[in-house]
Ligand binder design. Structure first.
Ligand code: NCD
Length: 314
């Protein structure tokens, strides 16, 4: 039995997109599409979470994920507490579970959790109170479900709902990327036609996460005719020494430049979850160019997080 679905199939926590039914995913994407206007602040504040207190429980740095969850929660009328591990008793060795239990005792009902350990959000979901909801905002290299959903929404807006005709290329540090894992689960569930995965051998995963994908290390070859280019950040904080020879070499072999982009489909779109290492994963010209959807991803992040919060706690 999955930890995140109730016996009648309702979403209880959001921990992973692995095994999340396609209908649940589509419902979240549809809802996010509908509330996008509200998400961008163009309509009045909604109040479906009025009286609910949420906490962003982050044990790793974040810019986009944390702020967009906070904005999403506030736009639904919730109160939000931002817990910062670097200035809390986590520094004195208090565990994540004890921290959660203490905040639960103060009436916090939903926790948006980021943690460097794989499975950290699942462990909290297994031990939290009956009325508490956990949302995984990135655990180790395992999962980042709301990023997977916002990426799917971004592709759907740009390319339409039929993913079966799309060639989607994921490039970079796939091995350490929770974003890639969640993207793959979303893309498969939504029926992506062709998923290509590219990176140096040392940065490709050693488990079976790429089952069914076309895998290669020749970026120029893999790029040809691709409709969607999903670039990943080099996760240097999760990387052992020596996995890449140098950033310059990496950029030479895997950096997306305007010249390379010409070999993708003429209307190809470029995505990156952020933070971008400019001049490494892609040039400024590409990141800020007309084919880039990077900031669209960020806006969609608010809409998706509103839809997720509403579905879980509304
Ligand atoms: C990602 C993360 O933290 O997993 N960032 C994000 O949430 N947008 C990707 C990354 O850090 O590379």
């Amino acid at each position: 039995m999955s930890l995140q679905l109730t016996s009648d199939g309702r979403l209880r926590h959001l921990l992973t997109l692995d095994g999340l039914p396609r209908e649940t995913m589509t419902r979240l994407l549809d809802r996010a599409g509908q509330i996008r206007d509200a998400a961008l602040g163009r309509t009045h504040k909604r109040d479906s979470l009025f009286g609910t207190t949420l906490c962003t429980l982050f044990f790793e740095p974040s810019t986009r994920t944390r702020s967009s969850f906070q904005i999403a929660a506030q736009r639904l009328g919730a109160d939000v507490l931002n817990f910062d591990a670097s200035t809390s008793s986590a520094r004195k060795g208090e565990t994540a579970l004890d921290t959660l239990k203490n905040l639960e005792a103060m009436g916090v009902r939903g926790f948006i959790v980021r943690h460097p350990d794989n499975g950290a959000a699942d462990a909290l979901a297994a031990h939290c109170g009956e009325d508490t909801t956990i949302i995984n905002a990135g655990d180790g290299r395992s999962a980042h479900p709301t990023q997977g959903l916002l990426d799917a929404l971004t592709i759907r807006q740009a390319k339409g709902p039929d993913f079966s005709r799309l060639k989607i290329l994921i490039t970079g540090d796939v091995r350490h990327s929770r974003v890639a894992r969640s993207d793959l689960h979303a893309l498969r569930a939504l029926g992506a036609g062709e998923i290509r995965v590219c990176g140096p051998q040392s940065l490709l995963p050693d488990d079976d996460m790429l089952k069914g994908c076309i895998v290669g290390d020749d970026f120029d070859e893999m790029l040809k005719g691709a409709d969607v280019l999903m670039m990943l950040r080099l996760q240097r904080e999760r990387m052992e020494e020596g996995l890449i020879s140098s950033l310059d070499d990496y950029h030479r072999d895997y950096g997306l430049t305007a010249a390379r982009l010409k070999h993708a489909a003429p209307d190809a779109v470029v995505m990156h979850p952020g933070p971008i290492n400019r001049g490494v994963e892609m040039t400024d010209e590409v990141a800020d160019g007309p084919q880039s959807l990077v900031l669209r991803q960020v806006s969609n992040g608010v809409a998706i997080r509103m839809a997720v919060l509403e579905a879980l706690l509304g």
